[in-house]
Design a protein around this ligand. Sequence first.
Ligand code: XIL
Length: 367
Amino acid sequence: MTTVLDSSFVLRPRVASACSCLVTPTSTPSGGPYLNQLMKSQGKLWFGTAADIPGTDETTDPAYLTILTDPKNFGEMTPANTMKFMFTEPEQGVFNYTGSDYFLDLAEKSGDLVRCHNLIWLSQLSPWVTEGNWTAETLTAVMENHIKTLITHWSDRCYSWDVINEALAGNGSFSSSIWYDTIGPDYFHLAYQFATEAVEATGKDIKLYYNDYGIESPGEKTTATYALIKDLQSRNIRIDGVGLESHFEVGGTPSTADQLEAMQGYIALGVDVVQTELDIRFPTAPYYNETGQAEQAQDYYQSVAACMLVGPHCIGTTVWDFDDYYSWVPSSFPGQGGADIYNDTLQRKPAYYAIAEAIQGLPCTVC
Ligand code: XIL
């Protein structure tokens, strides 16, 4: 493989306060290729990233923010946490918009679209929801109020909403959740019906998505997702797209052909697809040897290539944060890491250059 280095980049310690050294370099990679610029030149809406802002070190890290807010790099930002239920409705009927407003302001100042994430999920719920004593009727009212209030509040500052996140288990049945266990399978179409009503009331074009992992290649869960989309359509309920999370493992990433086939299935139903949370983690250390880097580059290449090859209805690719230092992987998958396209000192990895080549339809020189 060819090792690609940013000659303009000066290594920067990420935990400056941990030492009293005089080294305070803040330079970031400059010079192309730029991934959002390339995606747009190919007719896509964006190359995007999640960011866990506000409330984390990302919020005030100048080197991180320089990369994040440069429209050449990113054209979409997804809030990694701040719009989730536990933060937006911490007490029943009491909504907190502060963190999300901060995020939206930053995204808009950077010229980014925002995929608002998410309304109804089994995780990161407020305790009053998970500990409440609900009937199907009372919990449906909670769901309706949450969905309608947030969609109405931010209106088309949200390009799209992930209305339901991760509803399905690996075999394609609904996962156990407070929503499913209390309301039953109807909770699914009801959530989209409430979202449709809210969008219609705004008079804006706010896209409604279903977002999940394990639906990026053919299989039981993908087939079940097709059925959910068809069910909404048969009820005349709005569904604009499917978010393919794309949390993959190095060496375990679906082939381009498989990702293409799954995408073609969604698109044939008349919806768009987005790679919404792409990252490709190493199941074990080391994360930075040359062979591993090339393998990871290949996995990123073959994933982004699917979005490029499938045509205009794959509207963009978003990574789930862009550097290993702030990646969610080490805390959620102990022992695993190195999943992102910049390393933990904000240097571009071979995976970054592989994506640039995939976007342009060039052979991968770093794989
Ligand atoms: C993750 C965040 O990145 C973490 O900070 C948080 O602790 C847990 O959730 N699928 C999703 C995202 O749809 O919302 C999750 O985000 C990652 C998996």
